[in-house]
Design a protein around this ligand. Structure first.
Ligand code: DQA
Length: 144
């Protein structure tokens, strides 16, 4: 079972970026935790981050036939990107939307996710643990 974790803009700054909102854990720490849990669950994981929308679109397209599930923290593009939504809709790889913060408890512009309707489901508000929950959800999506 192969799971592709994709991270959008500014998530490379985790740990130093608004720690009161996103916590002090870095993306490298999160990747390490995800890899440890994935090893327990016998899943193979690839982990990527980009600040560019087009990279995310390309990676989603290329996941077809190569990965079983995508776990996506699209960051700010969650709220703006029709291109990402169309890419998710265009491939048959189930995608799970995740966020560190609870986007529904924040500014109004974050309440709307353009990608939610084409995702299997959404995990939001559990800090770094959203990634572990995303991994577990990915495995259960694949089993169902
Ligand atoms: C985020 C929430 C988004 O609204 C924000 O733009 C991010 C991070 C989260 O993980 O909580 O960059 O996706």
């Amino acid at each position: 079972m192969k799971i592709l974790f994709l991270n959008g803009p500014n998530l490379n700054l985790l740990g130093q970026r608004e720690p009161d909102v996103y916590g002090k854990t870095t993306l490298a720490d999160i990747e390490k935790k995800v890899r440890e849990r994935a090893a327990d669950l016998k899943a193979e994981v690839e982990f990527r981050q980009t600040n560019l929308e087009g990279d995310l679109v390309g990676w989603i397209q290329q996941a077809q036939g190569k990965f079983d599930v995508i776990v996506l923290n699209a960051a700010a593009y969650t709220h703006t990107s029709v291109a990402l939504r169309d890419a998710i809709g265009a491939v048959s790889v189930p995608t799970i939307e995740i966020h560190l913060s609870n986007i529904h408890a924040r500014e109004e512009f974050r309440h709307k996710s353009l990608i939610a309707p084409v995702c299997k489901g959404q995990i939001s508000g559990f800090g770094a643990n959203s990634y572990i929950l995303g991994l577990e959800a990915a495995i259960s999506v694949n089993a169902s």
